[in-house]
Design a protein around this ligand. Sequence first.
Ligand SMILES: Nc1ncnc2c1ncn2[C@@H]1O[C@H](COP(=O)(O)OP(=O)(O)O)[C@@H](O)[C@H]1O
Ligand SMILES: [Mg+2]
Length: 217
Amino acid sequence: MDAAEPILLKADELGRIEIIERGGVRIVRRDITAARGWARPVACRAAAREARALIGLAGIDGVPTLLAWDGRELLRSYIIGAPMQQAQPRHRSYYRDALRLLARLHRRGIVHNDLAKEPNWLVRADGSPALVDFQIAWTRGHRGRLFRLLAREDLRHLLKHKRTYCAAALSARQRAILETPAPHSRLWRATGKRLYKLIARRVFGYWDNEGKGRVRD
Ligand SMILES: Nc1ncnc2c1ncn2[C@@H]1O[C@H](COP(=O)(O)OP(=O)(O)O)[C@@H](O)[C@H]1O
Ligand SMILES: [Mg+2]
């Protein structure tokens, strides 16, 4: 592999995300100039939200460091690891560390909101978890009921992955959380998801499952 060649991680209507090298160091670039038309402002807002979240999470191990955001490209540190659907973490220590990581996010008033997607969970070389993709994160601090509801959904999505790969380690309390999704999630499953799939097929010509990883919601 030529180290100077960007490695494409993903490309869609909202732009491209790739691994590049700057000064001999691997970093991840989200390029929103690759987004066109109506998608451009949407991609720009999403990247700005990711930048805000990464600033709020600075210093937390298991979250990329924001290196730059200029309204066109967002640069973040590269975390060595593989996405969950590839690495399939079966050890309970992964989930213990992932719970701690989530607690740290939430303590800073940030909710990830996109944790049903396996590709947003990384398994690092030492087997520990890391999170990427803060494009739809809640970044407005601890604000009452809605914040708590969304934070609990982050947790529930993690537990769904735990149920898939490490079910024997689920506690009784964790099983109870799995059995009670938030009202908006129930509503989404009943109606929104079908509507979204329809729109996704009509507009994009596909149903976005990020190509590979399963989505558990
Ligand atoms: N440091 C990394 N190491 C390995 N894979 C990564 C890394 N960063 C991102 N990826 C992979 O690239 C995918 C796309 O990045 P992401 O930030 O999720 O973009 P998008 O918002 O377009 O989903 C991720 O879901 C993940 O699987
Ligand atoms: Mg993603």
